[in-house]
Design a binder for this molecule. Sequence first.
Ligand code: NAD
Length: 492
Amino acid sequence: MKKLGVPSGAWAAEAGHAVHSPIDGSLIARVALEAPQQVAARIGAAHRAFLAWRQVPAPRRGELVRLFGDVLREHKAALGELVSVEAGKITQEGLGEVQEMIDICDFAVGLSRQLHGLTIASERPGHHMRETWHPLGVVGVISAFNFPVAVWAWNAALALVCGNAVVWKPSEKTPLTALACQALLGRALAAFGDAPAGLSQVVIGDRAAGEALVDDPRVPLVSATGSTRMGREVGPRVAARFGRCILELGGNNAMIVAPSADLDMAVRSILFSAVGTAGQRCTTLRRLIVHRSMRDELLARLRAAYARVRIGDPRQDNLVGPLIDRAAFNAMQEGLVQARREGGVVSGGERVCQAEFPSAYYVAPAIVEMPGQTAVVRHETFAPILYVMAYDSFDEALQLNNEVPQGLSSSIFTTDLREAEAFQSAVGSDCGIANVNIGTSGAEIGGAFGGEKETGGGRESGSDAWKGYMRRQTNTVNYSRALPLAQGIVFD
Ligand code: NAD
């Protein structure tokens, strides 16, 4: 934390909320949780900053984000290491998260010169009609433990170039990485020089702090990432005050492996998607829908690949680190019990590394052969459980892919052009992400990220997701000396 410039008073309090490392369960910090009144004061300060920031030309706002990208490059290793310590990600994935922050900064810098609207043909002579985009206000960001830094950066980089202020409430499980990000942005702000005070703020708090952000009418947009349970609470509360939401909620992602699939590629891809980040990605592969003719061979190869996966301290040369906490471990075990009750045949799933880390929760990733898409398969258990189901016809595979409440990511492994194109067509996958010959996880920054149905419908990151952070205005200008009305109405 010191290396990243976070004052020790912020995280080394004598009392307060305890932060544990999932690596070994040790206490790594204590932080003070902010009360709703403190959150309100932060929102007030952010709103004042917004009133000034919206007047700064967008390319100049981009300069702040460019500087932030530079600071992140300089501190990539230290921030990545902190992600490993606080969220339990392996070194490569901790660094990968910081790289994602750098990538979105680059994207946002370019965008700061491209926040363009439209000109539209007017039906009236001597008139111009156009569409323009304006800054929105304070953007509230609520984030989950499993992407403790990248999700905020996706939101903050776009929000800042769009002329907004940001108030961030990170997961109570990962406050340290949030404090570190804020300190690093502070360096960029110092180098920038004249940004208004209070432009970016972090609220360290639990659900009550999140609710204060959700209910405040000075926050026109709440971008909330987390469980579907959380979104079910946040969505209606923001809507009740006519605020806007970007909801990025739970996923239950499937891959179809068709008879023509390249199995070598499929196995490698399944391994990364299903066991990477110990199954704690919103895009983790949870359902494998494999053609009956290939099931036995694929399962045999997968089991062999799973047996080679190194599990342990994420800072060492391992591929799978710990689950975030005991509650996550218990939820996984309950899921496996239910799967057995519903006819599943389970391999793996047991606790490992217990002697070395008695207060942490490492598990062997589980493969569960299911007789069909039962209740447990339709539910997102945030742990490395891969349910395997067989299919006979392509239509049946598509139906299984779509027949769950969530709609985030999906993929197909096939070399049959018809299947590949049908999967990505109007009658194909109903998810926000549909990939061919690539797994479900590991999206790039350039595309819009998000999902349908209970995943919440939000879009973040690339493409035109920036429009979610601005308000749209339609302008009509009459440069003639007459006053024609639309629809040919005569009113005199
Ligand atoms: P969580 O829902 O427990 O918490 C997420 C955040 O919401 C935390 O900051 C929490 O304090 C806050 N929160 C909870 N209830 C709230 C309320 N009523 N009002 C305001 N804030 C509230 O999720 P988690 O366990 O941290 O993360 C795992 C979940 O997040 C999984 O379901 C995963 O799929 C999902 N996720 C989704 C995406 C995506 O982009 N779709 C990305 C990452 C994680």
